[in-house]
Design a protein. Structure first.
Length: 331
């Protein structure tokens, strides 16, 4: 149910791709009024047009969330366009992988700046605006299941997700007496987004999403749900709930298993030259999904395909399906 009369005004930081873009489209389907934030104006305009196709109002606001003055301009744009901010969603994040000892300190610091300080800057402006408009609004920060457990070769990202979770808990405590200011956290399992295609990487091998992977739209629906019925924390994905239970029952065992299994799932054998990816310069792809659900589905199909399905016959050329009998060939 809608907590406010009329159309809600929503700010989404990190709206150019992945969870942020999926969230923008989910709110647009509900005819929300949107301010879409990212570093690439052209990419944001594409999402704005997609929101307009849903019949929603939307404006783009290019900003680097590590710049406090730029984040203030987001507030100005939202208030100028819609007069208020009802919901602020912090989705922006970058990813850097590699051994800690091999990772350039400037790259490590950049992940901290974007993922943590970007969330801090956005939260500060959002909560200030909520105070200004009569102690009313919902702040939704995005952490991860990696805010509950570590993973080798992802140390800066994991550090930020632990920090975002703790930071959000502190804000929730400080605003406990503000009856209509709500501070929420969403913690998804591995999500099918393009982040693995544009991440920084000094590990020497190509990265991929771990398995199982959930759709970004599923996280977007959880965020929309939090905006309507705020809760302190929401885990997205059954694997996340299972991990949470396992961490309570056997934390040392989980840590050992993750240490050995995660790198096998997280990386392909293909070589990858060192890259800073999109850490310092925005790059595409700017899609919602990264194709990882299809990738893992194909691998599962290969793994469980009956041996007879791999046998080539004289009448069936390699890599071409046999034609069903009795079906005429189309012109």
């Amino acid at each position: 149910m809608n907590r406010w009369p009329g159309t809600r005004a929503i700010v989404i930081a990190g709206a150019s791709s992945g969870i942020g873009q999926a969230t923008a489209l989910a709110f647009a389907a509900r005819r929300a009024s949107l301010v879409l934030v990212g570093r690439d104006t052209g990419a944001l305009e594409v999402v704005v047009r997609a929101c307009h196709e849903h019949g929603a109002e939307a404006v783009a606001c290019a900003a680097d969330l590590t710049d406090p003055a730029a984040v203030e301009r987001i507030r100005d744009a939202a208030v100028a366009a819609y007069g208020r901010i009802d919901v602020w969603v912090n989705c922006a994040a970058v990813l850097m992988v590699g051994r800690f000892e091999d990772m350039p300190i400037e790259a490590f610091r950049r992940v901290i700046d974007v993922n943590l300080m970007g969330c801090v800057n956005g939260s500060r402006v959002a909560l200030s605006q909520f105070r200004t408009q009569g102690d009313r609004g919902v702040l939704i920060n995005t952490s991860s299941l990696l805010g509950m457990t570590g993973e080798p070769l992802l140390s800066p990202y994991v550090a930020t997700k632990f920090a975002v979770r703790g930071f959000t808990a502190c804000l929730r405590q400080e605003f406990e007496r503000a009856a209509d200011i709500h501070v929420c956290l969403v913690m998804p399992w591995a999500v099918d987004t393009p982040v693995y295609s544009k991440m920084g990487n000094v590990f020497g091998r190509q990265a991929r999403s771990i398995f199982p992977v959930i759709a970004a739209g599923r996280v977007a629906r959880a965020i929309v749900g939090l905006s309507e019925r705020p809760r302190r924390e929401v885990i997205v994905g059954i694997s996340g709930y299972m991990l949470g239970i396992a961490l309570k029952l056997a934390p040392m065992l989980v840590e050992r298993i993750v240490a050995r299994v995660a790198p096998v799932l997280q990386f392909k054998p293909d070589p990858q030259p060192p890259t800073m990816g999109n850490l310092f310069t925005p790059i595409g792809p700017y899609s919602v999904g990264g194709g990882w659900k299809s990738y893992w589905a194909e691998r599962a199909t290969r793994l469980f395909r009956p041996a007879s399905a791999n046998v080539q016959t004289q009448d069936t050329p390699p890599n071409r399906p046999s034609r069903p009998k009795g079906r005429a060939e189309a012109d």
